[in-house]
Design a protein around this ligand. Structure first.
Ligand code: AMP
Length: 190
């Protein structure tokens, strides 16, 4: 059983890698962005609120995210899981650490996929033409990247300090298959 966290700025390719690796290891892929985008289809009051937050590139409240993730982890942690897009704030990381401790779950690997702003901007604009996501345009990309710098990067730095033996930096500017290969090699070594 493997429990993994993927960190990285928007457009770093963490969703792509998390999907491939979850299939490779046959474990659950918990993408909070995907879960929230599915929720938007409900078209109720919560969906409207989420839509306005997400389409502007801001973060959804910790309360909503913590309840989504804890519910999914309770149901889906049997074979292992990949967290993709969570935790993104210090409050979420505290909630997660507490949840994992209470349920005697440990994290085996943390991958931090890094790319520079120019590359991620090009990638996100390409994705916007392919997937027509409302949050994939220049202004929103800047907001999302700032949310990453102001909030999520602090979380990954904290995990790097506290869990240096399981924390791996991955160069996200490489080709998708090269990144997958690198991650698989690290997984095989453990
Ligand atoms: P993503 O697909 O991971 O880039 O997420 C898309 C959007 O969903 C983000 O820009 C946020 O608005 C929201 N979101 C996803 N995960 C989280 C999280 N852990 N905390 C807060 N907001 C989130």
């Amino acid at each position: 059983m493997k429990n993994i966290i993927f960190f990285g700025p928007p457009g770093a390719g963490k969703g792509t890698q998390a999907k491939v690796i979850s299939e490779y290891l046959n474990i659950s892929h918990l993408s909070t962005g995907d879960i929230l985008r599915k929720k938007l289809l409900d078209n109720d009051e919560l969906a409207k609120e989420l839509k306005s937050i997400m389409s502007s590139g801001n973060l959804v409240s910790d309360e909503i995210l913590n309840s989504i993730v804890s519910l999914r982890l309770k149901n889906e942690r049997v074979n292992g899981f990949i967290l993709d897009g969570y935790p993104r704030t210090i409050a979420q990381s505290k909630f997660l650490d507490n949840f994992l401790m209470k349920n005697s779950i440990s994290i085996n690997h943390i991958f931090n996929i890094q790319i520079n702003f120019q590359t991620l901007q090009e990638r996100i604009l390409k994705r916007s033409s392919e997937e027509s996501r409302e949050d994939d345009n220049i202004d929103v990309i800047k907001t999302r990247y700032n949310e990453y710098l102001n909030s999520t990067e602090k979380v990954s730095n904290l995990y790097k300090q506290k869990n240096s033996t399981i924390f791996q930096e991955v160069d996200g500017s490489q080709q998708i298959h090269e990144i997958t290969q690198k991650i698989k090699e690290i997984l095989k070594k453990s």
